[in-house]
Design a protein around this ligand. Structure first.
Ligand code: PRP
Ligand code: ADE
Length: 176
């Protein structure tokens, strides 16, 4: 029987030269499309965080929303969206960061979580780590404790997961 992590890895497609020349884009849509693989993936996160005593799951725009909201629902927790600039309607705080292919700003509502909340931060992938670190900073500015950064894929050659761990946040990756 095939190992579920290997099965998941086989469903992440690499698209060369997208969104620009030289980028090997890791596309998770084949994984989401297959219900058995999608469930196997979510089950890995559920097993890891079922007893983590969390208050919220936070997801990074946009693919962190797909994973994070399902994990939050299954763990009976609230979901916190960390959105790209200009999308959230209420009072927000912002963090700017650099990406493998440009720069961006993410925002969170000021009442999304509070002092002492234990939050799991979820995205599909870590490349330079800029997105995850910006999310961590936002949640910490609200007083929350980010207990782990959970992703499907890490691109270790870009150094992001190392930077995140150096900042004091543990990283959990499904496909090593
Ligand atoms: C991708 C990916 C992560 C981020 C990782 O999103 O889904 O959020 O890049 O890169 P980093 O580790 O270098 O920060 P992207 O910013 O392309 O946005 P999208 O989800 O809106 O496509
Ligand atoms: N975000 C930054 N780099 C990426 C990559 N290579 N594939 C998918 N998402 C990314």
């Amino acid at each position: 029987m095939i190992d579920s992590k290997e099965y998941i890895k086989q469903h992440v497609r690499t698209v060369p030269d997208w969104p620009q020349a030289g980028i090997q884009f890791r596309d998770i849509t084949p994984l989401l499309q297959d219900p058995k693989v999608f469930r196997a993936l979510i089950d890995i996160f559920l097993a890891r965080y079922a007893n983590a005593n969390l208050n919220y799951v936070a997801g990074l725009d946009a693919r962190g929303f797909i994973l994070g909201s399902v994990i939050a629902y299954e763990l009976n927790l609230g979901f916190v969206p960390i959105r790209k600039k200009g999308k959230l309607p209420f009072h927000t705080i912002s963090e700017e960061y650099d990406l493998e292919y440009g720069s961006a700003t993410v925002e969170v509502h000021t009442d999304a979580c509070k002092q002492g909340d234990r939050v799991l931060l979820v995205d599909d992938l870590i490349a330079t780590g800029g997105t995850m670190l910006a999310g961590k900073k936002l949640l910490e500015r609200l007083g929350a404790e980010v207990i782990e950064a959970a992703v499907i894929v890490d691109l270790p050659e870009l150094g992001g997961s190392k930077l995140i761990e150096q900042s004091g946040l543990k990283v959990f990756t499904v496909c090593d």
